[in-house]
Ligand binder design. Structure first.
Ligand code: NAP
Length: 330
């Protein structure tokens, strides 16, 4: 079993290496790739140094599975080459997510879409993964008419550049490279990605389209506002749901708590609710502040936080790899 990681020096790639170690997935060969800037450097995996190579070299080694986290352009160019060679590609970028021939997978929800022919598999956006895991059990029972999502996203969602910008600003230095069009330290930026003609941003529309695809709900009314905040440790989301059917709040809480991959943390009297300081380094999606929306008939509000580098990216991708291995698709 040969596993390759494209983007192994990045925030997500490094997390993938950690998670393979934690899950005790030891491939016969681990092939680590990055850009020419990093080629020749070493990264440790299970106590052994691995030298970073380029993608063309990795291609000639015919890996069984390639985890891509090197940005959309790299995925667009290289994923088809690896897939044509017979590798399974698990892609973290947005390059393939909305392709109708590519499954968009959150294993707890739709791992059954993976088979020996699905050579390119897309990992959803980090904000989408935590959203769909929290709402899936409710959609199943009550049906969802409308979703209103507001995110408060960690700088770790913008890769190394995001963290570097925030830390440089905190030291009072000019960042060498900027991830955002404004200062992020001491600020809140209501822009995720680029603005589109409809006034929404690319990150907002990813939440809309990806959620509909994963939940097989092309008609679901969804509106999103994506906001970057100067924190690390996880993305937070305020989620407002209007159900098609009546519901009981206690039953809704029970359904959320029973969803695999989700942890209900909802003790408001003790001021205990999900926060990035709690979710950092953890794999679960944390849900709290679950309460009835008293302004509409079948409404519910909740607060959902998850470590975007783990379940929002690396953990989800490694779980997909594990599914491929366990089901003997390679
Ligand atoms: N951060 C998140 O929460 C998150 C969540 C979900 C999905 N994603 C997606 O995952 C991808 C990586 O994100 P990140 O946060 O890890 O970014 P990052 O920290 O900036 O890392 C980028 C990685 O891509 C590599 N790379 C760049 N150009 C390359 C090339 N031509 N060939 C091979 N490797 C190349 C970089 O290598 P060098 O070090 O050599 O430059 C580095 O390893 C992006 O597509 C992002 O949208 C991120």
């Amino acid at each position: 079993m040969k596993i390759a990681i494209a983007g192994a020096t990045g925030l997500v790639g490094r997390k993938m290496i950690e998670i393979l170690e934690e899950m005790m997935i030891k491939p016969s060969e681990l092939i680590l790739c990055a850009s020419p800037n990093s080629a020749g450097k070493n990264i440790d995996f299970m106590g052994e140094a691995h030298t970073i190579i380029l993608l063309e070299q990795a291609l000639s080694q015919n890996p069984d599975i390639v985890l891509f986290s090197a940005g959309g352009e790299v995925s667009k160019e290289w994923a088809p080459k690896f897939a044509a060679n017979g590798s399974f590609v698990i892609d973290n970028s947005s390059a393939w997510r909305m392709d109708e021939n590519v499954p968009l997978v959150v294993p707890e929800i739709n791992a059954d879409l993976i088979n020996s022919n699905t050579k390119i598999i897309a990992n959803p956006n980090c904000s989408t993964i935590q959203l769909v895991l929290a709402i899936k059990p409710l959609q199943h029972i009550y049906g969802i008419k409308r979703l209103v999502i507001s995110t408060y996203q960690s700088v770790t969602g913008s890769g190394i550049k995001g963290i570097n910008q925030m830390e440089s600003e905190r030291r009072g230095e000019e960042p060498s490279e900027k991830a955002y069009p404004h200062s992020i330290d001491g600020n809140i930026i209501p822009q995720g990605g680029e603005f589109l003609d409809n006034g929404y941003t690319t990150e907002e529309m990813k939440l809309v389209h990806e959620t509909r695809k994963i939940l097989s709900a092309p008609e679901m009314a969804i509106t999103a506002t994506v906001v970057r905040v100067p924190v690390t440790g996880g993305h937070s989301e305020s989620i407002n749901i209007e159900f098609e059917k009546e519901y009981e709040i206690e039953e809704a809480k029970k359904l959320i708590g029973m969803m695999p991959g989700v942890l209900e943390l909802d003790f408001p009297q003790a001021s205990l609710y999900p926060m990035p300081k709690i979710t950092e380094g953890k794999d679960q999606v944390f849900v709290g502040r679950i309460r009835r929306d008293e302004s509409i008939e079948n409404g519910l509000n909740m607060w959902v936080v998850a470590d975007n580098l783990r379940k929002g990216a690396a953990t989800n991708a490694v779980q997909i790899a594990k599914y491929i291995i366990t089901n003997k698709l390679v």
